[in-house]
Design a protein around this ligand. Structure first.
Ligand code: NAD
Length: 269
């Protein structure tokens, strides 16, 4: 299908072009996509704009359904905690029952906590590792067999610059560890399932303006952070959504096991 496309970048160009939609006939599951200003929601929206049927999986069923309905009636919202194997299994089975296939999974659901090493309690560690890392494994385990039997797929794991630079701006060391774990897990899964044409890649966002950090940084802190970003702004959820779109689509057909930085140059390595 052909449609008109206008760039949504913050430095908009005035070109328009006509082209095929990138995710026509694809079915995508995006976890943690109910949050209105979040990376998951922006990704779900971007995927839907490119022709995908999108399944939003988030903690609160009503919020997930409302977010899906917002995208259009052909999309689906399901309430499930990514740390709960049985619930995720049911969510994936419901997706396959409705659409017959899953082509794309975005492991986006995540939580953070701004504490220092000596203040990390066992429960904090468990919570942060469970959602960010175990959740990525559980959702991937539920989806991969369907991708394999369908001839392939693309999984995008949302890690963080925090994993790469030894601590982010906001999350504590346990968050860095969880997100570094995500990178290792994604690379190992990429190696294991490449032969089945399941591509598995990660994105490492820098500081993105969403509810995960909203109101938690003073304007002085924000200015100091922007000072260290060559592109001189915080990231937008759409910046990450566009990177996820690239990895989800056939534009990245020969990429697996990569880590795609979406950080405005905050970390250049
Ligand atoms: P957000 O808080 O706006 O969205 C997170 C979403 O995940 C929410 O909808 C929440 O309900 C959902 N969620 C949380 N725990 C869940 C669980 N157990 N099961 C299912 N859903 C769950 O945050 P965001 O900034 O959009 O973050 C999205 C991802 O990007 C996270 O993995 C985060 O760690 C990562 N990230 C964010 C930034 C940033 O600066 N915002 C930077 C790097 C990485």
């Amino acid at each position: 299908m052909i449609r008109e496309f206008a760039s949504t970048n913050s430095a908009p160009s005035d070109f328009k072009m006509e082209r095929d939609m990138l995710l026509e006939r694809k079915v995508a599951v995006v976890t943690g996509a109910a949050s209105a200003r979040g990376i998951g929601r922006a990704t779900a929206k971007r995927f839907a704009e490119e022709g995908a049927k999108v399944v939003i999986v988030d903690l609160d069923a009503e919020a997930a359904k409302a977010a899906a309905a917002d995208l259009g009636s052909e999309h689906l919202g399901i309430g499930a905690n990514v740390t709960d194997e049985a619930l995720i299994h049911d969510a994936i089975e419901a997706t396959v029952a409705r659409y017959g296939q899953i082509d794309i999974l975005v492991n986006n659901a995540g939580i953070t906590q701004p504490v220092k090493t000596l203040d990390i309690k066992r429960g904090d560690y468990d919570r942060i590792l469970d959602v960010n890392l175990r959740g990525t494994l559980i959702c991937s385990q539920a989806v991969i067999p369907h991708m394999v039997s369908n001839g392939g797929g693309s999984i995008i794991c949302v890690s963080s610059v925090s994993a790469q630079r030894g601590g982010g701006i906001f999350g504590g060391p346990h968050y860095s560890a969880a997100k570094a774990g995500v990178l290792g897990l994604a690379k190992a899964m990429a190696r294991e399932f490449g032969g089945k044409q399941v591509r598995i890649n990660s994105v490492t966002p820098g500081l993105i303006a969403t509810d995960i950090t909203a109101g938690k940084l003073s304007s002085d802190q924000e200015a100091a952070i922007i000072d260290g970003i060559p592109l001189a702004r915080l990231g937008a959820a759409t910046d990450v959504a566009n990177a996820a779109l690239f990895l989800a689509s056939d534009l990245s057909s020969y990429l697996t096991g990569i880590t795609l930085d979406v950080n405005g140059g905050m970390l250049i390595h």
